[in-house]
Design a protein around this ligand. Structure first.
Ligand code: ATP
Length: 584
């Protein structure tokens, strides 16, 4: 297959703002592809060669890509550097310079998908002292044979920033349209939620149809999308919602880990499905030792502890998120894991079993130790029991409690936030809202003391239904000098020349960013706002939801991707929770 056919489809996707149209462009393409090409093209559309959780990354830096562009176009690097400062997108620069290239290489031949995949794999595997030169060579080799649009997407694939706006939800819609009906969409989405591998789901569908997809099972090595909790403003309301009876667990403030325990190896994944095994090698080894089953998948919260084993605040466990110097961090910052769920045991899918059964299988499957613990859990029948349990959780320095449904239907809902789990934190008593995890979509240049820096950020929530990021506040408080100085390093690689199509904003910042970086923000309250676009028109005509007095807490949510940030629906339910709090 010619790579130009795929690049043309990416170009058409980039040219439309309509999710419906994107779905139909993609489904038309998907129907025509061989199953294995389909798998690869699904990964490429996300700027990758593999599913997200796969450790290897193409990850070429912009500067290196631009050196290849300079080499192939014959334009001096200094001129390209100027263009880059203005444009920010190496893909567009490559496109315009290749368009103006006087003469294509004499030996140029049409690029095939096969050749593109071969060279991208070489780029990914390049190692050693001269790895940068090798990567440049393999990319240049592809650019030599590229037309302008092909070059645009090659440069974007290798930097991992495709800018075509086709998120995983759109791809799932297109797969359902191409290989099934609307009614099959939930089965296809479940397969994605329990494997986190869109390419694999696509290939399975193309090979065996929806029945084959229904047969996909949870397995060690395929991370499962995490189940998430809703919030309610008081313990009596939680019990009401849970029909008068629920399990309550301490809510530990650490790092969530999904452990895939195989016969002789263990992998730990973060909530974002990054491989964290090297950050918690002690936990990985201890889980294998203490697990009685050959295979299991469990979830737990890793929390830092002092030499006496007492829990320490969240900041301490973040030392374990570093990329380098882990040996020392493992020694200096001991941790424990508090296990709260089991998703597979001895090859059996536990996600379809109710909570109480999962909990007892979890208890039976592990021998506990100093490092491997279970969350403290109790069955609660009255508000008084709940309040007492909450008090004990706070006494142990936990954030609050997680209430878990005991109903027949209390299965593990991979990838979904619902009322089967309800969280209640200390902050809900004091503040009117919970903290928000917001995505940076823009920045405003600072003035006065902040002149020459970004002074404030435009922040957004995610609308799961439309795939758009809608603004909720301009954030300028809570930044210390070190954070202000670090902003360009953290954000500039995501600069977008114009408003990214997936961003819905009326407020216009000085600089736009592709939604990528997530920050934790607290606010005095959620109010109706004429200038913000979150939930616009839902509570009141012509008004969206905005945050009053937003403040950065200092916590960059590296464990969350943009699609895992606070959603429009969560903001709406917090707005309701706030109204209930005000009434009471
Ligand atoms: P938060 O920012 O409050 O941690 P979140 O958006 O990361 O919330 P939620 O589903 O809202 O995720 O809250 C559940 C989180 O709480 C889990 O992701 C997990 O990291 C943590 N946690 C701590 N203790 C428990 C527990 N006993 N059961 C489930 N999750 C727990």
């Amino acid at each position: 297959m010619l790579y130009s056919e795929i690049a043309d489809v990416f170009d058409r996707l980039e040219g439309t703002g309509s999710r419906l149209e994107m779905t139909s462009i993609l489904s038309d393409l998907f129907r025509t592809l061989e199953p294995s090409s389909l798998r690869n093209i699904v990964y490429l559309s996300q700027g990758k060669l593999h599913p997200n959780f796969h450790g290897a990354e193409l990850g070429m830096a912009d500067k290196l890509v631009l050196r290849s562009v300079a080499f192939v176009s014959g334009v001096p690097e200094s001129r390209i550097d100027e263009l880059w400062k203005k444009e920010g997108d190496p893909g567009k620069i490559a496109e315009s310079l290749i368009k103006n290239r006087k003469q294509a290489s004499l030996f140029s031949e049409p690029l095939t998908l096969e050749k593109v995949l071969k060279n991208l794999t070489l780029i990914e595997n390049a190692e050693g002292k001269d790895s940068q030169d090798k990567k440049m060579k393999y990319l240049s080799n592809l650019l030599m044979d590229s037309g302008p649009v092909e070059a645009r997407y090659l440069c974007r694939i290798v930097t991992g920033r495709m800018r075509i706006g086709a998120g995983s939800m759109t791809i799932l819609d297109a797969l359902a349209e191409a290989f099934g009906t609307k009614a099959d969409r939930p089965d296809i989405e479940r397969a994605f939620n329990i494997t986190c591998d869109l390419g694999f789901v696509a290939e399975t569908l193309a090979l065996g149809g929806v029945d084959a997809v229904k047969d996909i099972k949870v397995a060690v090595g395929s991370p499962i999308k995490v189940m998430l909790a809703e919030r309610l403003p008081s313990i009596p309301l939680i019990l009401d919602r849970m029909e008068g009876r629920c399990a309550m667990e301490f809510k530990y403030d650490g790092i969530r880990v999904q452990a895939h325990i195989g016969k002789d190896s263990v992998k730990l994944y973060s909530r974002r499905l990054e491989d964290m095994t090297s950050n918690f090698p002690d936990i990985a080894a201890e889980l294998r030792r203490q697990c009685r089953a050959d295979e299991a998948i469990i979830e737990g919260e890793c929390v830092a502890v002092d030499p006496d084993g007492n829990m320490l605040p969240f900041q301490n466990v973040t030392h374990r998120r570093k990329k380098h110097g882990m040996d020392k961090a493992v020694e200096d910052y001991p941790v424990k894991i508090f296990m709260f769920d089991i998703l597979m045991a001895g090859g059996e899918d536990m996600t379809v079993r109710p909570f109480e059964e999962r909990r007892s299988v979890l208890e039976r499957t592990f021998d506990l130790s100093e490092m491997v613990k279970l969350t403290t859990m109790e069955i609660i029948n009255t508000p008084k029991e709940g309040e007492d349990f909450f008090g004990r959780a706070l006494g142990k320095k936990c954030e609050g409690i997680m209430a878990k449904s005991l109903s027949e239907g209390s299965v593990y809902r991979a990838g979904s936030r619902g009322f089967l789990w309800i969280k209640y934190k200390k902050d809900y008593e004091e503040a009117l809202t919970d903290s928000f995890d917001l995505v940076v979509v823009g920045a405003f240049y600072g003035r006065g003391k902040r002149a020459g820096k970004y002074g404030a950020l435009l922040m957004a929530v995610f609308d799961e239904e439309t795939g758009e990021y809608c603004t909720v506040c301009k954030l300028g408080t809570g930044f210390d000098d070190a954070f202000l100085d670090s902003m360009p390093d953290m954000l500039d690689e995501y600069i977008s020349e114009e408003r990214p199509r997936m961003v819905d904003a009326d407020m216009i910042p000085d600089v736009w960013f592709l939604p990528t970086v997530v920050l934790e923000v607290v606010a005095a309250e959620i109010s109706l706002s004429p200038i913000h676009t979150a939930a616009k028109g839902i509570v009141k005509e012509d008004a969206g939801l905005g945050l009053r007095f937003p403040r950065f807490t200092g916590r960059v949510r590296e464990d969350k991707g943009p699609e895992e940030c606070t959603t429009v629906n969560e903001a709406l339910s917090m707005f309701e929770m706030q109204s209930q709090n005000k009434e009471s």
